[in-house]
Design a protein around this ligand. Structure first.
Ligand SMILES: N[C@@H](CCC(=O)N[C@@H](CS)C(=O)NCC(=O)O)C(=O)O
Length: 282
């Protein structure tokens, strides 16, 4: 599997880079961004945080707006930010912002026309880390985080693959997609009418049936315009209480759904993941 470098920007002693590659999983060309901390020059492999963005985003939003590189450089963590869906003129799309390109929802679509390309779950779990660990001095110590649709992606992917990630976190995640308009629209299109298939990609359902726990951190702004209709973190909190799942959920007065909120608290997420990388090394 080859990759092509298309941009390089030095940041905090490390490098912010973008690459394109052919994805066999998604059946199209894809782009991702990667931050390589200065510690890659020491000859040891560094751990990786996979960041999944929300609706309408590409690989660029997080890298340009979160300010995560300063702390990642200090802690020696690589960050990988993939795109949010397959892309291209021959890839199925929809005129609305919450379906199709830019809105892959990190599932494997089973329904036409989406099932030709929309396999973001397999791409994030398997193809992308394989590519990253083949081409960069990055270890298989992985954490996963994301925002909104990407928060849903991070939590569901980690809970379905608890051996592949040492910790998971999210900002403003869509916690119960099977019971909110964004999730119901996307899951109807990608997964069809069988609601049992939807539960495979629902954080509340997965938490309720979890047998192996991994540490979880969620931050949520109280002034988020999507909080009550789309995100519903109180339902994730209820599932965590029910299962004694190790979830830390923090609410923050005055913060909204934007990257200003993410930039305000990303440092805590990077330190949280670093603590669990270290714990997993023992
Ligand atoms: N466009 C939609 C919302 C889309 C949106 O808020 N996207 C979030 C993720 S769910 C985002 O990160 N947008 C890109 C950005 O802020 O850089 C609307 O106006 O209702």
């Amino acid at each position: 599997m080859s990759i092509e470098n298309i941009s390089n920007n030095k940041a905090f002693g490390g490098w912010n880079k973008q690459y394109t590659h052919r994805s066999n999983t998604l059946n199209c060309d894809m782009r991702f961004a990667i931050f390589l901390p200065p510690q890659i020059n020491t000859g040891t492999k560094v751990p990786a945080l996979y960041w999944l963005s929300g609706l309408t985003c590409t690989d660029e939003n997080f890298m340009q707006k979160s300010g995560a590189q300063r702390i990642a450089a200090e802690l020696g963590i690589a960050i990988i930010a993939p795109d949010t869906s397959p892309r291209g003129d021959d890839v199925a799309n929809d005129a609305s912002y919450d379906l199709g390109q830019g809105a892959g929802f990190y599932v494997n679509a089973s329904q036409a026309p989406w099932n030709r390309h929309f396999h973001m779950y397999d791409y994030i779990v398997n193809e992308l880390p394989e590519l990253i660990e083949q081409h960069f001095p990055i270890s298989d110590q992985r954490a996963i985080s994301g925002h909104s649709m990407g928060g849903h992606g991070a939590l569901t992917i980690a809970m379905k693959n608890p051996k592949r990630y040492s910790s998971m976190s999210a900002f403003s995640p869509i916690c119960n997609p099977i019971n909110c308009p964004w999730g119901q629209k996307a899951f109807s299109a990608y997964l069809g009418a069988d609601k049992d298939a939807w539960k495979e990609y629902d954080s509340c359902e997965l938490m309720q049936s979890a047998t192996k726990f991994i540490p979880a951190l969620v931050d949520q702004g109280n002034d988020d315009q999507f909080l009550s209709e789309q995100l519903k973190p109180h339902l994730l909190a209820a599932a965590a209480t029910d299962k004694s799942y190790p979830l830390q959920l923090n609410y923050h007065d005055g913060y909204d759904h934007s990257y200003y909120f993410i930039a305000s608290f990303i440092e805590q997420h990077l330190r949280f993941h670093t603590k669990h990388f270290a714990a997993n090394n023992h």
